[in-house]
Write a protein that binds this ligand. Structure first.
Ligand SMILES: Nc1ncnc2c1ncn2[C@@H]1O[C@H](COP(=O)(O)OP(=O)(O)O)[C@@H](O)[C@H]1O
Ligand SMILES: [Mg+2]
Length: 247
């Protein structure tokens, strides 16, 4: 997965000022930085929920380069193909409230991929088992804890067999104990070789679980490095100031 010089302008203001990041298969990358620095916009640009004004995104062999023109039908088709390789998880879970947990996980494979229901159900049950929710398959989302709902959301994203998982503050709405259940699923996926990008405020997780930590500020990547280096000896004064404020 690769982003090269991704720029995004909102109302004449450059929110992303040329973000470049190469992500190796199986890497777990934490993205940290102050509120408003562009972390969510960057994640959303990676699967074209926001359309970058310029720059290149390459995921699983689908490459889209923007050069400032209007968004074309061909680009939308390419984005559609690219999104098939990307799973996204949000702070607010976003499960379908009137569907059981099992249905939430089965729905996209059946509807989008035309997978036979039996096969989709078997796969969904295996995924629910992986995230520790076997017992919750027939429940409705609002009867689950936040941590359980977020794990169901992860299972739902995994059901499309993505190459890359993107998480935008997946544990920010959760108590520490429930957050830990979610982080533990992400560690398991890391061990299985999943490529993951996580926007997080959880510095302990960023330091302990990431292969690399990216610090963003003002729409730029200020530094990106091994967590043991970045957290211990940050190079840039902005990184130092940020870490002092959160640690
Ligand atoms: N849809 C939008 N329209 C206009 N401005 C936006 C939009 N989305 C985000 N922004 C602005 O872009 C900047 C970066 O936002 P965001 O990516 O959400 O930051 P972060 O996730 O790091 O907190 C902020 O100043 C925000 O107000
Ligand atoms: Mg955000």
């Amino acid at each position: 997965m690769r982003a090269d010089q991704v720029r995004k302008i909102f109302d004449g203001y450059a929110v992303l000022r040329g973000i470049s990041l190469d992500v190796a298969r199986g890497e777990l990358i934490s993205i940290i930085g102050p509120s408003g620095c562009g972390k969510s916009t960057f994640l959303r640009c990676l699967n074209f929920l926001e359309i970058p004004d310029s720059g290149t995104v390459d995921i699983a062999g689908v490459t889209i380069t923007r050069t400032g023109g209007r968004w074309t039908r061909q680009e939308e088709d390419a984005a559609h193909r690219l999104r098939a390789h990307v799973g996204m998880v949000f702070q607010s879970f976003n499960l379908f409230p009137h569907r059981t947990v099992l249905d939430n996980v089965m729905l996209a494979p059946v509807r989008v991929k035309r997978m036979p229901a039996d096969e989709a159900r078997a796969e969904a049950l295996a995924l629910l088992d992986k995230v520790g929710l076997s017992a919750m398959a027939t429940r409705y989302p609002d009867t689950l804890s936040g941590g359980q709902q977020q794990r169901a959301a992860i299972a739902r994203a995994l059901a499309m067999r993505p190459d890359v998982m993107l998480y935008d503050e997946p544990t920010s709405a959760l108590d520490p104990e429930l957050a830990e259940e979610v982080l533990s699923v992400m560690r398991t996926l890391d061990n299985e070789g999943m490529t993951q990008l996580v926007v997080t405020h959880d510095m302990r997780f960023a330091r302990a679980a990431s292969d690399r930590v990216v610090f963003m500020d003002g729409g730029e990547i200020v530094e990106a490095d091994d967590p043991d280096r970045l957290f211990v000896a940050p190079e840039d004064p902005r990184t130092r100031r940020f870490l002092r404020s959160v640690l």
